[in-house]
Design a protein around this ligand. Sequence first.
Ligand code: SF4
Length: 342
Amino acid sequence: MPAPKDILDTLHSLVDRDICIMHICGTHEAAIARSGIRSVLPERLKIVMGPGCPVCITPQGEIDAALDLARKDCVIATYGDLLRVPGTKGSLESSGGDVRVVQGVHKAAEIARREPEKEVVFISVGFETTAPTVAATILTKPPENFSILSCHRLVPPAMEWLLAQGEAQLHGFMLPGHVCTVMGYHEYERFPVPQVVAGFEPDDILLGLVMIAQQIREGAARIDNAYPRAVCREGNEKAQNLMYDVFEPADVEWRGFPVIPQSGLRLKPEFEQYDAQKKFGIEVRHVEKHSACICDKVLRGIARPSDCKLFGKACTPRNPVGPCMVSHEGACKIWHLYEARR
Ligand code: SF4
């Protein structure tokens, strides 16, 4: 790989118009903010974050469903990031229920084995990166007192929605490196825009930006791979098969988005004994947004965290108002940590 300064010089020489690139990955946002990449970019090149934080895009209705499960005396097992995400009436942290932080689904299944007298529900959030692991656990036939609330999301349908809306005026996408490690990038070939798969080191990101700027200069719309050490076109087929053995696509709402067709994952009928919604008769309801939080716009790439009048004042990592200030992959928390200090 060329030296970072050379990559940056090439990038500056390529950008001769206003360009807006969206990435869809909280880890990319953290890497960009931590390394200060935005401060050295050509003035006319803007990078915005899309719906790449799985906790942030989990709608309030799903948080409310998790709270309903906690009220039914279920042990709620989930990732730490989800605990403080506000639902309509409080968060899992403030629910008073038996809520336990686990490192992954296998730990939740272990609790169910260890405590057979309790119902254990894993709140299963994440993109195509985490769904195969959850599927693998379901295929091990965990005990009857184990179930999941599936809050999984698939990235390509959200990209399709964003492109159809056109509200963010995007010129290209930096594809999520982790998701592409599992899924490859062949699913994205249907999108007629410049795209690049990029890794997470500053050089990877800069190289990705060069590749995408090059495409824009050429008037091309293809997928370049700046992360070949981890990603190939087909991805990890074994993981994909596991995921689709257990889950099937479903129409679901995302926070900040309406219902996007086939953008979620629900358990297939043969695994419905592990479906907490069916097991406990829980409904995921649409919740209208009422607060001044603009997470919805931040997640669609049409506002920056600092555009929010609550940013750094009423809303801080200590007292988060919206999910983007809770999760370590949330744009507001990342900006509060890094960008606001520059
Ligand atoms: Fe929502 Fe807080 Fe971000 Fe504003 S700063 S958009 S209130 S999470």
